[in-house]
Write a protein that binds this ligand. Sequence first.
Ligand code: X2X
Length: 335
Amino acid sequence: MLTRRFPSLSATLAGAALFCVAMSVQAREYSVSTVLSADFPWGQAAEKWAELVEERSDGRITLRVYPNSQLVSGDQTREFSAMRQGLIDMAVGSTINWSPQVPELNLFSLPFLMPDTEAVDAITGGQAGEMVFDAIESRGVMPLAWGENGFRELSNSKLPIDSPDDLDGLKIRVVGSPLFQDTFTALGANPTQMSWADAKPALTTGAVDGQENPLSVFDVARIDQVGQKYLTLWHYMNDPLIFAVNQRVWQQLPEEDRELLRQAAIDAGQWEIEMSRAQKDERLEAIKSRGVEVIELDEAQRQAFIDATQSVYETWTPEIGQALVEAAKQAVESR
Ligand code: X2X
């Protein structure tokens, strides 16, 4: 009889359901939020993470990268909250954008704390870095690895800036934490906080005179095309990137997959840090060749900016935590 030779409809459906359950255990997909796309080292870091995870899990785990802050409708300062709440599974995010929810992350925005890349590495790779990761974890997100957006340089449309006086009254677009308001106010400028999505239009219309971002961002986003003719290399801060996972997602992962995700994040971060540092000179040449006037500061000129922003340390050390600021300063000194 027909019914003997072929499985019944209900058996077929049961089989299909079982197959689906097995598949959902087997193959999993997670969302990864980034602010910048794969045109930038930042987005490439996330794509590299996804690629390594795909490869090392034999396609079992897919990380789908959603760039341009699209999962938080362009509001990059909400990325951390969205990840904590589980609206986003994972992110590769800047310390700046997460600092409203994790005050310790303001550490990296303290002006002139980190004079060079060795200082950045000494902080992220040492005790201060561990303290920062603990702070993130205590707020409901599991941090896995570091990447780097880079040293942030100052551009503007009005004049070559080589002293705090030159900033007098200039409208500067800043991002993220109120710390930036304090830094630029201390320098006599007129800072305005806005998202990256709004920054380029504001530069285009002249609603703001200047902005600060790493060379990679200036170069790839062609900030020179929106009238930013002067670029001051003051290296006043560096925003690391952090690879992180929502805690519930993390807890539900089997131990071996956690290890796989973490190691892939470490490897992708290392790859991105090395790549973006290696591209720095080439980017600077590209920017210069497009007619941007690049201003380098000598020791004394840089010191004037350091002196002018000391009040930021007084205001923000209690927010960040005295012990963390001390650990970071020590790391920088003994690098
Ligand atoms: O908004 C910015 O300036 C950017 C892209 O650098 C960050 O997200 C911190």
